[in-house]
Ligand binder design. Sequence first.
Ligand code: SF4
Length: 385
Amino acid sequence: MSETIRIGEGQGHASMGIAAELVRDPPALPAQAIVKAMLAWYDRDHRDLPWRAAAGATSDPYGVWLSEIMLQQTTVKAVVPYYTAFVKRWSTVNALARAPREDVLGAWAGLGYYSRARNLHECAKVVAGKLGGKFPADPAELVKLPGIGPYTAAAIAAIAFNGRAMPVDGNVERVVARLAAVEEPLPAAKTQLRSLAEGLTPKARCGDFAQAMMDLGASVCSPRRPSCMICPLKDLCQGRRAEIADALPRRSPKPERPLRHGVAFVAVSERGEVLLRRRPDKGLLGGMSEVPSTEWQEEWLPAEDALRQAPVKAGWFAIPGAVTHTFTHFRLGLMVFRAHVRNNPSLTLWARQKDCRWVHRDALDGEALPSVMRKVIAHALDEME
Ligand code: SF4
């Protein structure tokens, strides 16, 4: 095994000037032994999930695709009820393609990352239309479909078609980094971890092996405290042997997410309706519903400037406390104003009237409202209870 010294890569050692970091070349992994141990463990201990076929069988491509899109950035626990509701309502890709987009976005509300729901619907339309209702088996064809990246393509190819592909997500990266004791920090180590993981892909039972790796990363080889004593790979794991497993994978420090601010307006009519607006199709939360709000910008807008942008002329009052929400690339703080207005009042130019409608507060659950807007409405209306 060779050792290399990399100069200047050490993070968090600024006071030392030039930092030296010792990085070992990772050992080659004993692929056959790893595959054998993992498949035996999977046959015994795999998680029962509603989109999974029995060990050894292949799963329905529609269910695999739907679950994989839902699982992007979301936990299995959060996904199961959404998945179950979706397949009950739309049991095939053709049925999902025929559904109005508002219904799909509404059923998705609460799962976050709404571009996934828009792409899901677009993808269903392409598969049901051009592709005659059949998902392709080749990852190179799958990545051409809306919302399907390399990971999801590999997962569908392996799990639904038993193709020779290895989906590599954060869980699999962690397992492989520990197995091979890779000390180079992420994200720089990504390529190396991917190639180590791909090197493990077996010739048969690719879907079961991929799912076994996912399960191991999600349960036994957990981020903080891996349960090495019950791990099927404990005798093969370099990270465990070197007693550094729980510190792997190492990570370069992330830059802070920038902060943005805005003001949201919750107008409530005499009939108990709330003014909602459809967001533009393109961009963050595209096509979802919201209560009208100002632009989200770096600085807080002074209250009097914000009130000039209110959707209705009314006696607006500020609800104490701000609503905060974290998106992938920024954090958002929203100040919330509420007003009680008569039924069907005239809307101001700021409201973008054609996108607005009044929805009774009892019917808000069925609306395609993202989590941040549900927080805003709860913040404004809870205080009225
Ligand atoms: Fe992860 Fe421990 Fe298993 Fe290694 S032995 S793969 S660190 S759980």
